[in-house]
Design a protein around this ligand. Sequence first.
Ligand code: MF3
Ligand code: CO
Ligand code: CO
Length: 295
Amino acid sequence: MKNKSQKTGRNALCPCGSGLKYKRCCGSRGAPASKDAESIYTRRYNIRLKKASDVEAIRKAGRLVMETLDLVESRIEPGLVTEEINTLVHKFTIKNNGVPAPLNYRGFPKSVCVSVNEVICHGIPGPYALKDGDIVNVDVTTILDGYYADANKSFWVGTPSLDAKKIVDVARESLKRGIAIVKPGNTVGDIGWAIQTWAEDNGCSVVREFVGHGVGFDFHESPQIPHFGRRGQGIELIPGMVFTIEPMINLGDHSLRILKDNWTAVTRDRSLSAQFEQTLVVTEDGSEILTPYDL
Ligand code: MF3
Ligand code: CO
Ligand code: CO
């Protein structure tokens, strides 16, 4: 039988460990006031919720990220050298008063990640010229007025093979399904579950080592957003959380290898890998994409 006799006093510290009074935390009726949620999410999970003016600033950075990706997309064709993508992104970002976040981030040598075919993520732009049938992911993160927005897209170069078509389509739909489940009351695990189920039901696999992340005040904030998981597990989503979802989906096995440059992640079995990423904010009734593009 459950022990119902030990009731927590309304002014006692909440047993959940938040450091708040019980009446202001788990003992409050209905949803806790936003100030309390903010304090609980900060203390318990190190999640910095964003207020409306923060979201507006990230939305502005997100618009610049999307203009940058649109510019790159318009230039994708066989023969384009990945270093030229870096130059495009770097110059366009600076011209628009932004800062390319990847440059010198933990020693990353370029202003954008460009990942071709079996490269999962963190590809370093260089002398490689895109060729017909390649798939290429371009991941742009821009700092504008001190705020970060992060998004990426995978493109076909010329005419895709059936495999190339499939992996890009599955990755795109995976992100779409991950986003669709975002709303207050659902959890981080629900996002991973939605993505993993779609990818694996289609015979593909989900990369485990790289995850989505809180973003806005910094490049990578709490929480981590795995692209695999179980329904109902993990942190509950609440309004004001801003994070990325960025599933990396492989045609073969999920395991990876990092090249000697210490950055480039490739599929261990050399199968194709594709990714899509957006930055979004949890709203009262769902989510708003802050790096909007059609999926
Ligand atoms: N943009 C990547 C992400 O989605 C991170 C790139 S880190 C870098 O989280 F150093 F490689 F740029
Ligand atoms: Co990201
Ligand atoms: Co990114």
